[in-house]
Design a protein around this ligand. Structure first.
Ligand code: FES
Ligand code: FES
Length: 165
């Protein structure tokens, strides 16, 4: 039995300790924002935030995240009240097929939590592990900068992000 804290809620999970976190998020907890892309730690589509850091959940076993604060895209905001990063990606129309987008947003969110004014070079370097086959890179870059601006101009982080800063 493994205790997982996901988006502020605690779950008891009956799965082997070496089970990838992504499988539990999607199959057990029905949190489907994080995507299964390569399953090999090579595309970034499965990225979630664990204790403030971007983590590839497809290659992260449960035993490494037990008791830690796990945040998925579902934990950032809602349709009615999207988080700044979600708003920014929508306003910049950064998604095409959308497959990479949840992972991109989660890594960008983790970046903005530790660096509220990243340079273009810092954003590019941070998102380098993420593949976008649709080629919306320039819109994604603009979206991350817009999110930084939104956060900087009085937008509050979601409540469950406070402890990860
Ligand atoms: S699915 Fe995890 S890095 Fe590709
Ligand atoms: S929007 Fe399609 S893979 Fe990035």
């Amino acid at each position: 039995m493994t205790t997982l804290k996901v988006n502020g809620q605690e779950h008891q999970i009956e799965a082997d300790a070496d089970t990838p976190l992504l499988y539990v998020l999607r199959d057990e907890l029905k949190l489907n924002a994080a995507k299964f892309g390569c399953g090999l730690g090579q595309c970034g589509s499965c990225t979630v935030i664990v204790d403030g850091k971007a983590v590839l959940s497809c290659v992260t076993p449960l035993l490494l995240v037990e008791g830690k604060q796990i945040t998925t895209l579902e934990g950032l905001g809602t349709d009615e009240a999207p988080a700044p990063i979600q708003r920014a990606f929508m306003e910049e129309q950064a998604a095409q097929c959308g497959y990479c987008i949840a992972g991109m947003m989660m890594r960008a969110q983790a970046l903005l939590q530790r660096n509220s004014k990243p340079t273009d070079a810092e954003i590019r370097a941070e998102l380098a592990p993420h593949l976008c086959r649709c080629g919306t890179h320039m819109r994604i870059l603009r979206a991350v900068k817009r999110a930084a601006h939104l956060m900087d101009t009085a937008e509050l982080l979601p409540a469950n992000q406070g402890s990860a800063r």
